[in-house]
Structures are given as C-alpha cells and as structure tokens.
Design a protein around this ligand. Structure first.
Ligand SMILES: Cc1cc2nc3c(=O)[nH]c(=O)nc-3n(C[C@H](O)[C@H](O)[C@H](O)COP(=O)(O)OP(=O)(O)OC[C@H]3O[C@@H](n4cnc5c(N)ncnc54)[C@H](O)[C@@H]3O)c2cc1C
Length: 401
C-alpha cells in the first residue's frame, strides 16, 4: 500500500483527500496546522452576523466522511524530496510515496506601521471573533458608532465585507438603541479602481452599487500607517478604531524556508510542470502553484480533482494528460440578493448573479462535505447568530412583540 501525504486542510487538501480516497491501494495522511476547515467564501457573512458554522468547520469531521484517512494536526516545517520525507515542527517524520502540498497563502502587511497591531482581519476564526466582539463592544463603551469604519483592500473580500457591513451595522446600532446615529463606511484601494482583477466594466457597476448602499470608495489611496485611534491614508489622518485589512497575501513561508527544494516565480509562487508536479512524487496545488488563475477556491478544487485523475491514470498505467486551466467564473456578492458575475467577456450584476452565487456555494460545500451535508448547510445559509448580550436581549424583545 502506497502512502500519500497531503499537507494543508483547505480547499486543495480536502478535495485531494476526497478524490484520492476513492482510489484503491493508497493510505492517506492529511497534515494541517489547524483542526478547522475554513470555507472562505462565507467568511464575510460570518463577520456580518451569519452563523459561524457556515465558514468555520471541524476538519476531522469534514475528513471523517471519507475512508482510510488519517488526520494529523501539526505544522509542517520541512521536506526532503530526495529522501521523500515530510517533517513537522515537533520533528515527526512522515515518509511518502506521493505528496500533495496545498498550504495556502498568508496575510502580508507590507511593513506598514501599526497595521498588524491594530487592524482586524476576517481570514481566521480567531480574527473573526475579535472583529465581531469589537464592533459590539465599541457600541457598549462609547454609546455611539465609530466615526469611520474602514475596509482596506478593494478586492472581492473587501467589497463583500464593506457591502455586508452596511446592513449589519445598521441592524446592531438599532439593537443597541443608538437611533439616529450616522454610519460611515469607507473602502480604501491602492489601485485606480476597485476589483482590479476583474474587468473595468465590472468595477464601474460595483462602484455604483456600493455607493448606492452608502459605502464611500477611495481609490488610488495608499495606507501609510495606523495608530490606536486613526488611519493615515495619502497624508490624511482619518479618525477610526475599526480598520479591516483585506489587502495583501503572500505565499506560505514554508516554501522560502525550504528554498533549495523549489523554484519560484516572480510572484513567489512555486513553478510546477504540466502535471502540477515538482518531481515524480510531489504535487503543488492551489494558491501555492504558479498557474494562470491560482488564488481562488474553485481553482484549488479543480487542481485537486486533477491530482485524483492523474494518480488514477498513473496507477492504471494509462497515458497521463496535462492539466488545463479553465478560466474561473467570478461571482462577488455585493449586499443582499445582489452580485456581480464575470465569465470571459460577459459581465452582469443583479439578482440572477446572486442566485448563481448561491448555487455555486451549494456546489462548493458539496466539494468538501459531500451532497447531503452540503444541502443542509445551504438551507441554513440565512441563519443568523449573535453572541452580543445586548443584541440577544433586543432580539428576544423583538420576537415577543
Ligand atoms: C476572505 C476570503 C474570501 C474568499 N472568497 C473566495 C470566493 O468567494 N471564491 C473563491 O474561489 N475563492 C475565494 N477565496 C480564495 C480561496 O480561499 C483560496 O484560493 C483557497 O482557499 C485556496 O485553497 P488552498 O487549498 O490552496 O489553500 P487554503 O484553503 O488556504 O488551505 C491551506 C491549508 O494549509 C494549512 N497550513 C498552512 N500552513 C501549514 C503548515 N506549515 N503545515 C500544515 N498545514 C498548514 C492551513 O491551516 C489550511 O488548512 C477567498 C479567500 C479569502 C481569504
């Protein structure tokens, strides 16, 4: 029985485990530094009041639906490709016949003073909790909203979050009985337009939509520093204690720490061949691989599925087929029942796009959880969750009236 070691329990790792567990003759170990699976497309929803389990799930449970998979919670620190060994922080060694590396990216703050210390993030379960607690605690402590809520980064995450906040802040300010309070939400982007990876037409449509929701958009603006009470942008100081950083990611440091084992692209991603491998035994997929559309969950899933197919072909000694990247469809939600969709030259915004996004989530959940659980999760996608005691009391009062 051959041993496959998968590093990373995200979209790439979990989908690879699912596909590979269907093949006979392999033993699979999934090693991840966290026991949670993050369904990242729903992180902004959890940040704006929806049920936490939509985006944060137990990884052993997710993998538990599969057969012959061992899960190890550990941080992988090195690889020896010559000896085919993967080593964890605690110096435990895993010999592999095949390895699949899908460690994802990490947040970068571009060394901007104060950002790492003061800005909030929504990418990790801990970060989400801190951000949520802060939004409510501020209302309790100051009896008024923050003068400015600032989202830095006009990519999909920043856009989704800024739009979601327009509804959520109104709701919680009302529940905290702070009526007539003005809420000011700003979206700051360094490029000259928001959604810079999408078409200019998509940017224009979304800019209008966000403005209609009440978000102020500041493009071509560089964040220079943050203090405990303000954000400095292009020489201006904006009073705020709520800055969410969604602006930058960089490849997982594991690769640089094992520099001699990999070749890097200009973007710091790993150069892979037409089979997504760096040698006959190691695949690198998802956000880590230098492929045209990497950086999206749907691409990580596609690549993991390819690994399953490629391994099957190799096992049955059928001619291998190279990996082909299919351009992804971009669907970014911008507030309730509205999304922007871009597929090739086609761009449109509205309710139909929001419905496409909702079905994409059903499929996305199915990729990691299987159809039964996915359907249940999807049906619960409008369920709300509130931990703030003031809001819980207000909800109870609303319900009893
Ligand atoms: C807020 C947000 C919203 C997003 N929304 C969308 C969207 O709507 N649609 C879309 O297509 N994409 C979206 N993405 C992008 C998508 O999340 C990524 O492209 C996708 O997760 C990449 O999959 P991956 O398997 O390469 O990495 P990940 O899913 O990030 O998984 C990496 C895994 O590796 C583990 N790990 C890291 N380092 C180590 C280590 N040293 N040892 C062991 N384990 C390690 C991590 O804990 C994690 O489990 C979003 C991303 C974010 C942050």
């Amino acid at each position: 029985v051959k041993h496959i070691v998968i590093v990373g329990g995200g979209f790439g790792g979990v989908t690879a485990a699912r596909r590979l567990s269907a093949l006979k003759g392999f033993r699979i170990t999934v090693i991840s530094d966290s026991a949670t699976f993050r369904y990242s497309p729903a992180l902004y929803r959890v940040a704006t009041g929806y049920k936490r389990q939509q985006a944060v799930m137990s990884l052993p449970k997710v993998l538990g639906y599969l057969h012959d998979i061992e899960f190890v919670e550990a941080k992988v620190t090195s690889i020896n490709r010559e000896k085919r060994i993967i080593i964890t922080e605690k110096n435990v060694r895993y010999e592999y016949d095949f390895a699949v590396l899908a460690l994802g990216v990490i947040t970068t703050y571009f060394d901007i003073p104060g950002i790492e210390e003061y800005a909030y993030g929504i990418k990790t379960p801990g970060g989400l909790r801190e951000f949520h607690t802060h939004l409510h605690q501020e209302l309790i402590d100051h009896k008024k909203p923050d003068p400015n809520y600032i989202v830095v980064g006009g990519g999909p995450t920043g856009v989704e979050l800024a739009a979601g906040l327009t509804y959520y802040l109104k709701t919680i300010v009302h529940r905290h009985k702070l009526r007539n309070s003005k809420i000011n939400i700003e979206l700051v982007e360094a490029a000259d337009r928001i959604l810079p990876t999408m078409s200019p037409r998509a940017s224009r449509i979304v800019t209008k939509r966000l403005q209609k929701l009440g978000v102020k958009i500041m493009t071509g603006q560089k964040v220079e520093a943050e203090t405990s009470r303000s954000l400095h942008v292009n020489g201006r100081s904006i009073p705020t204690q709520t800055v969410v950083w969604t602006a930058g990611v960089t490849n997982n440091p594991f690769y640089k720490e094992n520099e001699t084992q990999f070749r890097f692209s200009k973007r710091g991603k790993i150069i892979v061949d037409e089979f997504l491998t760096v040698d006959d035994h190691v695949y690198v997929i998802g956000d880590n691989a230098e492929t045209p559309h990497s950086g999206m969950a749907q691409v990580a899933i596609m690549q993991a599925e390819y690994v399953g197919e490629d391994m099957a072909r190799r096992q049955h000694r059928i001619t291998r087929k190279p990996y082909h990247d299919t351009p992804p469809t971009y669907v970014v939600p911008v507030g309730k029942q509205w999304a922007i969709l871009q597929r090739g030259p086609m761009v449109f915004g509205g309710m139909i796009a929001a419905m496409v996004r909702s079905f994409a989530d059903l499929i996305g959940y199915a990729d990691v959880l299987g159809w039964g659980h996915s359907f249940r999760m999807w049906l619960q996608s409008d369920d709300l969750e509130e931990t703030c005691t003031v809001c819980r009391l207000a909800i109870k009062q609303e319900q009893s009236q």
